[in-house]
Ligand binder design. Sequence first.
Ligand code: PMP
Length: 284
Amino acid sequence: MPRVAYVNGRYLPHRQASIHIEDRGFQFADGVYEVIAITDGKLVDIKPHLDRLNRSLGELNIAWPVTRRAFGLILGEVIRRNRVSNGSIYLQITRGVAPRDFAYPEGLQPSLVIYARSTKKASVATASQGHAVVSQPDIRWKRCDIKTVSLLPAVLAKQAAAEEGVADAWFVDEDGIITEGTSSNAWIVTPKKEIITRQTDNLILSGITRQTILKLASGAGLTFTERPFSLEEAKQATEAFTSSSTALVKPVIEIDGTPVGDGQAGSITRQLIEHYLNYMDNPS
Ligand code: PMP
């Protein structure tokens, strides 16, 4: 079945889906995006994702390209036309098309691109497969709370990881503190079974999966704290994992070549995977 993408008001076959060369997203990475998981045809945590999109747009003074209600309808239509029952939807809004100039004119019509991708529905077995990460210096700007399409530091860090034969990288700041993954939030479990993830501020993206996991952990009576943790502390953790809308809860079993705990998905991580997969079946 041919894949269909939505581009500025039209549903197009992927091969014909394109944007203008003077789109500011292409020229300056002047745009924002969201990625939302789809389970059994339903969008997981749609409201917080659209709230975060609204915030990203507001911080950059970009208008919604269509009303929020129309937006929801278009998302549904892209899912329907691509017959996605499990997978994810990617949407990007840029400031729009204008002659190249760093400063932008008022009143541009923002560009909107949406496409969906099918994947196999995650099971506890597939979701529990761990992966190794390497640390990489966090060279990003100081507004990582905005979900912009400006992702070059993540591209370079993930490429460096790939060249070391490892799946992903965790960013480390100048003080040796882990900020987050290239496209995920970072978590550890201490020897005292306390779940730790960094507090949200301007230096990380406030993950929607992160928020949901905190709620699920709280509901399950697990102990957690939002505080900074260093690379050294992470290497001595009993468990580690990442969270994101695409990788869900993903065990991290090795950091810079050091096995985390016994080098397998830990018991708290497994519990959170089960809670999260159940939640995806019935998102609130
Ligand atoms: N941090 C970064 C830098 C990311 O790119 C992502 C994924 N888009 C996340 C965290 C996780 O966010 P979410 O749980 O909303 O997918």
